[in-house]
Design a protein around this ligand. Structure first.
Ligand SMILES: [Zn+2]
Length: 274
């Protein structure tokens, strides 16, 4: 059962001020985001507090909350084998509707003084209920299961979260890898495995992360992929790849992955011109 409530603006501001306190603000950007939501609707459950700016239909915060709960449940079952228990990894979801924009950001708990993850969505109502929300909830689920300072490496979080993206994003990534395959300009896997961040504009790294996750799932199951990624930073990627897959090194993984990508694109091309 979910605890939900609708509040007037004065009460909402008080609640937001309280939230601002419990999240322990570190940046003025975050303050700006919180105040931007100060005239809108708020709904909450054990797992989420959803704040929606005032240009949405009255029950929109509730719709976002329901979808967030559904994605949290489904993604945890899909990747971890079971739902997360209630109230772990509580998350504040800030939604600002903008028809022409599609941006999502998850600021996972990265300090013991913070009690909530924070998600920021600036997007259409369709994406705030769909792919953009789902992508960010994938980060929330993974950052809850593998919390700071033991977060999964960015390539794996993005590789998993990207599986929930819209078709347009998937087509862009296919185009990038198709070009790499045809031109021989392959990105260096080790660089992506070792990256401490992936910029939202770095579509090449998103394409590699997403494709590498797809490829590794053709080799072994999801649980193995998660332990490979979790151990890579501790033991080094060559050792992790030897222990979890039948490759002797990242260099050998790179060759096998490139051959697989090339074959996938040749198959797709053959189907298109059939
Ligand atoms: Zn992401």
């Amino acid at each position: 059962m979910f605890l939900t409530r609708r509040v007037d603006h004065a009460h909402l501001r008080a609640v937001i001020t309280h939230l601002a306190f419990i999240v322990t603000l570190h940046t003025s950007t975050f303050v700006a985001c919180i105040s931007a939501a100060s005239a809108g609707t708020l709904e909450s459950s054990n797992n989420f507090i959803v704040l929606v700016a005032d240009d949405a239909e009255p029950d929109f915060a509730q719709q976002v909350l329901d979808r967030a709960e559904e994605y949290r449940q489904n993604i945890a079952v899909e990747w971890l084998g079971d739902a997360l228990p209630p109230s772990v990894g509580r998350t504040i979801v800030n939604v600002k509707l903008a028809a022409e924009t599609d941006k999502g950001l998850t600021w996972a708990i990265d300090d013991p003084r913070r009690t909530h993850h924070a998600v920021y969505l600036t997007t259409s109502s369709e994406n705030a209920l769909g792919t953009t929300l789902q992508h960010e909830i994938a980060h929330v689920v993974l950052a809850t299961q593998y919390p700071h300072p033991n977060r999964l490496p960015p390539w794996l979080e993005e590789g998993i979260a990207s599986r929930y993206d819209d078709d347009e994003s998937q087509v862009t990534r296919d185009q990038i890898l198709s070009w790499a395959s045809r031109s021989g300009n392959w990105p260096d896997l080790l660089r992506v495995l070792e990256s401490s961040t992936i910029s939202t504009n770095d579509q090449l790294s998103y394409a590699v992360a997403s494709s590498l996750v797809d490829y590794l799932l053709t080799q072994r199951e999801k649980k193995r992929l998660l332990s490979f990624a979790a151990s890579g930073r501790r033991t080094g990627w060559d050792r992790a790849v030897q222990q979890n897959y039948e490759f002797t090194s990242v260099v050998q993984l790179q060759s096998a992955w490139q051959a697989w990508v090339t074959e996938q694109h040749a198959l797709a091309l053959a189907q298109r011109i059939r």
